[in-house]
Structures are given as C-alpha cells and as structure tokens.
Design a protein around this ligand. Sequence first.
Ligand code: MG
Ligand code: MG
Length: 271
Amino acid sequence: MFRDRGVEIKTPEQIAVMRRAGVVVGETLEMLRAAVAPGVTTKQLDTLAEEHIRSRGATPNFLGYHGFPATICTSVNDEVVHGIPGDRVLHEGDLISIDCGAIVEGWHGDAALTVAVGHVEPELVELMRVCEEGMWRGLAAASLGGRVTDISNAIETYVCSQGDYGIVEDYVGHGIGSAMHMAPSVPNYGRPGKGPKLVEGLALAVEPMITMGTIDTRVLEDDWTVVTKDGAWSAHFEHSFTLMPGGAMILTALDGGAAKLAELGVPCAAS
Ligand code: MG
Ligand code: MG
C-alpha cells in the first residue's frame, strides 16, 4: 500500500514556494466559503475560483487533470468527492464540499472544506465539525521522526470517539509537491507507526472523508462524481502540510495552522 520509495523531499526554498501556492488555495477556499448561499450554482463557484487563482499569478491544478473539466470539485450532500461544477443550484439545507488546488512555479497546493448552505440540520453541523477536527487531530499527530500512519490513527481514533460515522477508505490523503498526487498514501484509518518516516522536506495532504452511513462508494456515469452507495451525506476537509524543526507548517491554512495547533498544544512553525 505504501509507495515509500520515491517520496519527494523538498528544499526549504521549494517549501517556501509551496507555501505561496497553499496561501492561494486557502484564500480561494475562504472566498468560496463566503460565496456559498442558496440560489448559487456550482459553476458560479468554479468561475470565482479560477478568476481568483489566476489573479494571483497561479494556475488551477485540477483543470485538465486526467481530463477533469473544472478548477474546483464541488460535491453536494451524498457526493463525497470529485463532483463537477455545473448548473446545479444550491438549496437551503445542502452541504457542499469544495476541493481546490493551485500551482505556483511548478509547486502544488491542495485543500478542501465542507460548507453548510444556509441553515442545515444539527447532525450535519456535527458531521462537519467531526470531520474538520479529525483532520486537525491527524495534522497534530505528525512529528519529525514519526510515521505516516500516526496521522491516520489519530484521525480514526478521534472520529470513532465522536459517534457512528463512516470513514471512507476508497480515497485517501497523499504526498504533494512537484505533482498534486505523489507517494506516500495517507489513509484516514489504521494502526500508528507504519509507513514512511516523517522527515523534513516531506509534504503531505491530509483529507478525511466521513459519512453519516456507509463507507462504500460508487462513481456516477460522469466518471468523476463519487457518491455514497447508501445515499448518506458526507463531509470532506483537507490541508497540505510540512514539518519543520519548529513544528508543523500548514501550507494551505492562511495562518499556517498557528491558532488551531496552539489549541491542540502542538508546536507550529508559523507561530
Ligand atoms: Mg484536494
Ligand atoms: Mg488531495
């Protein structure tokens, strides 16, 4: 399962460029979070994203990726990931997961969040909270000298402690750098202490996808959109990060992760 050979180790200068790409992604997602509202189409969100990424001198990395036709993935309700923006109109009570990536000088950033459309049911607010917190627990579990599945185990342990959620296994986190998807895989479940060692210069995208029901997924006829087999609604959060001597740097968080990692009692290189 682990392609630990060929893990790409970046120089500090390359990480600095990845941080620039990450900030563009973080800004874009915050702008989209504010733009989500009943009556908005997923295509409108995609247009806003592409305009913002290009205005910052960056390039969308999803556009054209294995033929993907848009800048962002928009996955609504029972759609887990890889939904294609289009004419779908968002309605009060929907959940939309938005996945976004950008390239600066050949270096990639990748992040995602789930947003409520207007007022949503309390159990869906809780679903989003557990997914986002699970991602942060995973990020906080990463330290120099540790192993990749320390992250996986922290996510699973937290999510399972919060209720009867499904943790999707068909899609996982990944290495990132000169390409969006690289070795190693970063599962959202499993025993700690396995997989490649966490070293300086490694960059990973951590991205739990959790559901109100089954973990089983299928792909729609558009060959992209992943939905839950039982129709359960899902949430998806993602950040790209790296480890430095001073702690973790969350490349796609606008504050580098300083606020949230401090809350979790973990050193942050951005502090
Ligand atoms: Mg992503
Ligand atoms: Mg990703």
